[in-house]
Design a protein around this ligand. Structure first.
Ligand SMILES: [Zn+2]
Length: 154
């Protein structure tokens, strides 16, 4: 069993550990994954020391394994996040998040006149550019939303 004392957050027996989250993105991820509604035990640490990132955040969700598309949503705010599936205190799989091709329901369209903002229609975007600066094109109004405009719908 690999034991990393640097984690500063207690190990979990089974579940998901999301690591390498930029410190400023922790609460955005809580919104994206709707962790405020989660009934499983969650522990998180923010502003933890990281050699790679300066400071980072970690989220641990007990007894829950996240779906691929669910996890990839967080790539919008934590492009270098790594998602570990833990079983019996051991890392069973490690997954680097990836911006998905389509995004539905949690990001707001930057166009205030868009039907999704006026009539409460669920948002839907095609990801037309990936990488450091992604671009989300709204399926309703075709306006593009950029990372600096990203707002998470709660
Ligand atoms: Zn729109």
């Amino acid at each position: 069993m690999k034991h990393d004392k640097k984690l500063e957050v207690t190990a979990i027996e089974n579940g998901t550990v999301i690591d390498h989250i930029p410190a400023g993105s922790l609460f955005k991820i809580i919104d994206i994954l709707r962790l405020d509604r989660e009934t499983h035990r969650i522990t998180f640490g923010n502003n933890l020391e990281s050699k790679r990132m300066g400071s980072k955040a970690i989220i641990k969700i007990n007894d829950r394994f996240c779906r691929h598309e669910e996890i990839n949503r967080i790539a919008l705010v934590a492009p270098h996040a790594v998602v570990n599936s833990i079983e019996n205190y051991e890392v069973r799989s490690k997954q680097q998040v990836e911006v998905p091709d389509h995004i539905e329901g949690f990001a707001r369209c930057a166009n205030p006149k868009c039907v999704t903002n006026i009539e409460g229609v669920e948002t839907a975007f095609a990801v037309v550019k990936k990488g450091d600066g992604y671009a989300l094109r709204c399926k309703y109004c075709e306006k593009v939303t950029y990372p600096e405009q990203l707002e998470i719908i709660k």
